[in-house]
Design a protein around this ligand. Structure first.
Ligand SMILES: [Zn+2]
Length: 334
């Protein structure tokens, strides 16, 4: 059957509108993603990035630094968006009040679920509340002891008062889950059971054809394998010699100084000094800068590390969702 010219013109027009709609949608999305026109969010983003500045390993004249004692306050099971069935460790008297403050513990958890979309955090099945006092360690992630494909999020409730820094740290920690979870790196129970056995690490690394993360062998073309191959191959030998200084050392100052010098001579390669700690820290820190900064305009290696994530459409979408969630939750807070 021959179609009449009118029908063809109508079909063409409809097709053109759909195409225009798609193009316009893409344009709007990419504009939103790169420029983030929402004023509230732009201010929040600047404040969050500023809160992350500062040199972690510039010990200067600090010679007697002692890591503060950390206490586990509560352990929760994660059920979807909610946390349940807390169990409590025994803690010193001055922490008992904090330990009973379930509202505060829920508030810290809500910060995480408000930011990260549900479908992107299914592997987080446990939530631990700890404290080492204000500042110091703000948050952490770890594989669960009995199943390395599952993850624990840990938050220091004493740092809730410093929301910008905590939000930055939560995104940094989430980036570890994103780049080390079972879809990216083979979960390895043997490593979880023997975290400090360096001979095991060496044999596992030797048997891994791709980048070995310390937690397991990464898959070819995983985020961390791609990142390592692109940015770390040339610096890894020198970095490994410095990294080895911390193991078995009584005084970590030598390690900190060497690491800081390594960073100082390559400031155009790392988003900040913490990123030079390890390739897995570099990708996590670069991811946090990717989330909270506009798309880099230049081409330095540290800008390439941030631009790296724009090559993955699912991460561009995740970034847009996190920023959208941040806008919503920060406007609710104000
Ligand atoms: Zn980290």
């Amino acid at each position: 059957m021959k179609k009449s010219p009118t029908i063809i013109i109508v079909l063409l027009t409809v097709g053109l509108f759909i195409l225009l709609g798609i193009l316009l949608g893409r344009y709007t999305l990419s504009r939103w993603v790169t420029d983030t026109p929402n004023a509230t969010c732009a201010v929040t983003m600047t404040e969050i990035i500023e809160s992350a500045q500062g040199n972690v390993y510039d010990m200067g004249d600090v010679s007697d630094y002692v890591e503060p004692q950390s206490y586990d306050l509560a352990t929760y099971a994660v059920l979807g968006d909610k946390i349940a069935n807390p169990t409590f460790e025994s803690v010193p008297n001055d922490l008992k009040e904090e330990q009973k403050d379930l509202a505060l513990q829920n508030e810290a958890w809500k910060l995480f679920t408000d930011l990260i979309p549900s479908q992107n955090r299914q592997m987080v099945t446990q939530y631990n509340v700890f404290t080492d006092g204000y500042s110091n360690t703000l948050a952490a992630v770890d594989q669960t002891e009995d199943d390395p494909s599952q993850w624990v999020l840990e938050i220091d409730v004493a740092d809730l008062q410093d929301k910008d820094s905590l939000v930055f740290t939560i995104i940094h920690e989430y980036a570890h889950v994103l780049t080390l979870n079972a879809s990216q790196v083979t979960p390895d129970q043997e490593i979880v059971d023997n975290p400090d056995v360096s001979s095991l690490q060496e044999s596992k690394a030797a048997a891994c054809p791709n980048y070995f993360t310390g937690t397991g062998c990464s898959y070819e073309d995983s985020y961390i394998d791609d990142f390592y191959n692109r940015f770390w191959v040339g610096v890894n030998d020198e970095w490994e010699k410095i990294d080895a200084l911390q193991y078995g050392a009584e005084d970590l100052t030598i390690y900190y100084d060497a690491l800081y010098n390594f960073y100082k001579t390559r400031q155009d390669q790392f988003v900040d000094d913490y990123a030079a700690t390890h390739p897995t820290e570099d990708i996590a820190e670069s991811f946090a800068y990717f989330v909270f900064n506009p798309k880099p305009a230049g081409n330095s290696i540290k800008e390439q590390k941030v631009a790296f994530f724009y090559e993955y459409p699912e991460l561009v979408e995740l970034r847009a969702n996190i920023l959208d969630n941040l806008c919503t939750s920060s406007s609710q807070r104000q």
